[in-house]
Each structure stands twice: as structure tokens, then as C-alpha cells.
Design a protein around this ligand. Sequence first.
Ligand code: AHR
Length: 325
Amino acid sequence: MRGYFTHLASMTLAVMVATPSAMASDLPPLEKKDRYRVGFSQMESNNPWRIAETKSFQDTAEGCNWDLISTDAAGSAAKQVADVDSMIAQGIDVLFLPPREEKPLIPAVMKAKAAGIPTFLVDRSVDPNVAQAGRDYVAFLGSDFVDQGRRVAEWTLENFDGEKGIIVELEGTTGSSPANDRKKGFDDVMAEHDHMEIVASQSGDFARDLGRQVMETLLQAHPDVNIVYAHNDEMAIGAIQALELAGRKPGEDVLVVSIDGTRDALQAIIDGKMGVTVESSPFFGPLACDVMNRYANGEEIETWVKVEDRIFTAENAADHIDEAY
Ligand code: AHR
């Protein structure tokens, strides 16, 4: 219980930037009940971020009167669609869905809507040209990924002390909203600076091991790289391993910058191997509980319940490592 309230406070205090909301009447309503059958469809569990997010939902369940059905799609969008089908068949009242990729999960959103189940997208979104918040699902709960990429780029510009930045970018899962948006935010800022060049940009699927492998390959083609921008901390840690294996010195001759705020990333910052990580919090359970209850009470929900993110650098990483995951 202590964790439940701690995280509710930490996340809701930083959120609730309202954007225009569509009429809730287009959407399936949520009846007020003593207990809710809640579906949470996780996409994969191969990294600390996903494990922390699932735990946040599990830790929230009792305090929020949820009977939680949670699934793990093991990195497959097709399995995630099937998992949602199965939850619909089990009679869930409400669905929380982090869609692995923007397009393949649209059928899951539409099927839930057709079954009269209010759906909240959590931490990732779907293609807004096809499915829309306020019409096909209630709301998106999550960060501004474009802004995260932009903030990493701005920090890099302020802190890189070489003459020319030779940048390798490790992208997240192809077709996912954080990979698309974190790339846009970072690349748009860097495009305005002639002394910065992105020489390679390739997916490491948000995974540490693949990040390491991709970095090993890219290092052979671009041995002069001096900045690595990874779309998440797991790939940044993989890149650090690859750099060290190649005899490079992350933090000295290569600036590594990233997004999330995992324990390993904060430790890498403390150890001087990483420059910055912009927060992307996985602790969505308490926020999901709060937004769901507001919806059940008939409140109009903003289409984007925006989470605001902190920034972790050498100045404050040690202050936050004990709360990291
Ligand atoms: O959707 C959020 C991203 O997904 C996190 O940054 C990443 O680590 C996770 O896999």
C-alpha cells in the first residue's frame, strides 16, 4: 500500500495538463461498481521498464478495487491483439493497453470499443490518423515523446565540448510511438546545428542486447562516433558495453545520452559513463486508477493525460537512484 500512495502522489502531482477533450458520449460508458474486472495487456517483459510498469498495475489493484487480468505478449503485436481478444471474452469492464506498435494494435482498440469496453492507452499510442482518443478510446496516458527527444538534444548541445558531433542514434521498436516521436524531437533540433551530424540511425528494439549488437556493427562503420543517442536506457547500457569492448571510453571520448531513468542508467551517470537520461516513468498504475474512477464518475477526460518528466544528470542522479527500478 505504501508504494501505491507514494507513486500516486509522484505521478499525479506531475500530470494533468489538459488538452481539448472529445465528447465522452461517443465512447462506451463505465458503470460505477464496487469492484472492476480490469485488463492490462503488457507487450513484453524483457526489460526493467516493462517489469516496473506491470508491477505498478499489480500494486495498484487491491487499493483500486480491481480484479486484474494481466497478460504478456512477449514482444509480439499479433499476440497482444490476441491477448486483448481473450480479455474481452473474459468480460473485462475496462482495458489498459500499452500498444507495442502504432498500427498493428488498432484492431484491438476497435474490438474493445465494439464490445462496449472503455479503453485507455497507456505509455504508448496508436496511429492518430486511424484511431482517435475521445472517439475510439477514452484517452492516452503518457509522456510527450517528441519533447523528450528535444530535451536530450538540447542537453547534448549544451554539454558536448567537441568541435563536431558525430552521432549514432539507436532507435526504439520500429513503428512504435516513442521511437517515432523521440527520433523526431531529437533529429529536428540537431538539423538546425551544422556541427552536429547523425551518421547512422538504426533500431535496437528498445532492448539492451540488441542495442549492444547494433552499436558493435555501427562502430565498425563509424569508428569516429563521439555521441550516442539511445531512445531508451536499456539500449544506452548496451551501447556502453559495445563501446568499452571496442576500447572506447564512454563519458570521456563518447557522450552517451538517453531516456527513461532506470537504476542502471542512473548508476552509469554516477560512474561518469552516461551524460543524461530524460525521465519516462513506468509507474502508471495509480494514474490509471485515478483516471478510471474519474471516468466512472462521469467526468470528461482530457484526450491526453500528459505526464511531465524530470531530467537526471550528474547533478542529481545520486539523489534519485534509490527510487529507481
Ligand atoms: O513506451 C515507453 C518505452 O517503452 C520506454 O521508454 C522503453 O524503455 C519501453 O520499452
